[in-house]
Write a protein that binds this ligand. Structure first.
Ligand SMILES: Nc1c(/N=C/[C@H](O)[C@H](O)[C@H](O)COP(=O)(O)O)[nH]c(=O)[nH]c1=O
Length: 364
């Protein structure tokens, strides 16, 4: 690993610590180096606050002059909530800029680099690009599609069951795997379940394990508004609860949920909920990442709609059997093998006694 890669790696590792808290902005890290000495470090901590480059330049002060800045994403060139970073780098009299990811926004991609080169600053790009790009896969997907990046998460036994035939499901996987699953709740802007999971499991869907963290918005897909008023998602107000229902529900039914400030019922215009419509709506609400926790009917709807960005499967070394035991993907399914959703295995690792597999649909 050469010097440029070393400093970009440091910037990426810093950016990793802010994943989930900068939404709808990307997670970015920056390192300022003068004569092989680190003189400034910075991350973007929250949307609307200073960008990583600005924080690193602030720490570097006068030492930024004729120094090099290593940044995980192309410096912005436009006035957003804060002035453009490319201009701040020019004003600081820097000599060189090393970048990992290009800006995915076609409207501004390359403009920051152009500004820097026109000011006589040397620019190197694409250093550890893949690592930096995967850090912001959610953000890049959101910018390119206007829809949230969708993690489909499931927890099953080795024989593919998510619950016993009598419906018992807690717990299939161990503490470590469930803890790992909560990191996705911290990272995602929203978590989504179907009403059957609410009825069966009465989940809280908050980020509770390993030091807590930001709670995602909790979303229930509920065509006929069957969410029990007594359920934790209605009674517990630690996070917003959005119930997405169809246009067929009556004003009387809607009224029942109005008493809870943290609950919002959204009836989409169609008589039956369609996944693409849900994702367009969530994108408009700046939900950039969505954790779909099931159950099987919901998973099937997302799979058949071709709207899964990444599968996260936890597999417990257990056998449950039972022809009526629930499986991760239920619903209508595909009738022919050639229709199957093909994925590329992205990672496999042990998490406690369980196996964790992540996989990306082919062609993404
Ligand atoms: N049943 C299992 C899971 N089950 C996940 C279901 O969504 C379940 O209803 C919620 O996890 C419950 O939410 P909360 O914990 O109350 O916030 N997920 C897992 O990772 N392992 C399992 O064994």
């Amino acid at each position: 690993m050469d010097r440029d890669e070393q400093y970009i790696k440091l910037a990426i590792d810093m950016a990793k610590t802010t994943v989930g808290q900068t939404s709808p902005n990307p997670s970015v890290g920056a390192v300022v180096v003068k004569d092989n000495e680190v003189v400034g470090l910075g991350v973007h901590v929250k949307a609307g606050e200073a960008h990583a480059e600005i924080n690193a330049l602030k720490m570097a002060g006068d030492k930024a002059k004729n120094a090099t800045i290593y940044v995980t994403l192309e410096p912005c060139s436009h006035y957003g909530k804060t002035p453009p970073c490319a201009q701040a780098i020019i004003d600081a009299g820097m000599k060189r800029v090393v970048i990992a990811s290009d800006d995915p926004n076609p409207k501004v991609a390359g403009r920051g680099i152009k500004m820097l080169e026109n000011a006589g600053i040397e620019v190197a790009t694409g250093v550890l690009r893949e690592q930096a790009d995967s850090l912001n896969a959610n953000f890049f997907h959101f910018i390119e599609t206007g829809e949230p990046y969708v993690y489909l998460k499931t927890a099953m036994t080795l024989d593919g069951k998510i619950a016993t035939s009598s419906g018992e499901s807690q717990w299939i996987t161990g503490e470590n795997a469930r803890n790992d699953g909560h990191q996705y709740r911290r990272r995602c802007d929203a978590i989504l379940v179907g009403v059957q999971t609410v009825i069966n499991d009465d989940p809280k869907l908050t980020t509770r394990m390993e030091g807590n963290g930001k709670n995602p918005v909790r979303i229930i897909l509920d065509n006929h508004l069957r969410t029990p008023l007594s359920s934790q998602l209605i009674q517990n107000d630690e996070a917003p609860t959005w119930i997405i229902t169809s246009s067929r529900v009556s004003p009387h039914q809607l009224k029942a949920y109005r008493s809870k400030d943290h609950v919002e019922v959204i009836s989409l215009k169609s008589p039956a909920i369609k996944i693409p419509e849900v994702l367009r709506y969530l994108g408009e609400k700046n939900i950039t990442s969505l954790l779909v926790e099931g159950g099987g009917t919901i998973a099937d709807a997302f799979v058949r709609a071709g709207k899964v960005s990444e599968l996260v499967a936890y597999i417990a070394p257990k056998l449950l059997g039972g022809k009526d035991a629930l499986t991760p993907v239920e619903g209508k399914g595909f009738e022919q093998l050639k229709q199957a959703l093909h994925l590329r295995i992205h990672s496999t690792e042990m998490v406690g006694e369980d196996i964790k597999v992540t996989a990306i649909p082919k062609g993404r």
